[in-house]
Design a protein around this ligand. Structure first.
Ligand SMILES: [Mg+2]
Length: 166
């Protein structure tokens, strides 16, 4: 069924709830992370301390990190440079190209790569298309791009179908 292509492997309330032990047990070596509403509020540069802390632990445990965002170069580069991690901008998610580029940067394969993001139709669908391990997080803010806000309504319907109890 088409909706299954939208189902994340894991759905968490906050990025800090992602089990790194679980990722490691699954053979994950690289983590592709979305930017807006996953690491920062939409179009803001500031990363909340708890998320920054999580990113630090991810790196300390030896995972590679790559930022993949549909946003513009200056915006994505600024955050990526602060974090000192590689990035792909104007990614065109859910297209597969940017995920492949990120895996090249990470030196990983679909089976050893996870993707973390707040949107079903871009992050999860795009990752699932390539067979990555997909992790959906609840967006950190309700403030977002108008186009995204419209997609959220559809997303809500999909989430209600995929996760009837939530
Ligand atoms: Mg996002």
């Amino acid at each position: 069924m088409f909706l299954e292509a939208l189902r994340p492997n894991v759905y968490v309330d906050a990025i800090g709830q992602i089990s790194l032990e679980d990722l490691s047990n699954r053979g994950i070596k690289g983590v592709i992370v979305d930017l807006d509403n996953t690491l920062t509020e939409w179009n803001k540069d500031q990363i909340p301390p708890e998320i920054e802390g999580w990113l630090r632990v991810v790196r300390e445990q030896g995972f590679g990190l790559c930022l993949v965002s549909n946003n513009a170069k200056t915006r994505v580069a600024r955050v990526a440079e602060c974090l000192d991690i590689p990035f792909v901008y104007k990614a065109g998610k859910p297209r597969r190209r940017a995920f492949r580029q990120a895996m090249d940067l990470l030196g990983t394969e679909p089976g050893s790569t996870a993707v973390v993001g707040d949107q079903i139709f871009t992050d999860v669908f795009g990752g699932n298309r390539l067979g990555l391990y997909t992790i959906l997080v609840v967006p950190i803010s309700r403030h977002e791009f108008i186009g995204t806000r419209m997609m959220r309504q559809l997303e809500w319907l999909v989430l209600r179908h995929l996760f009837p109890k939530t």
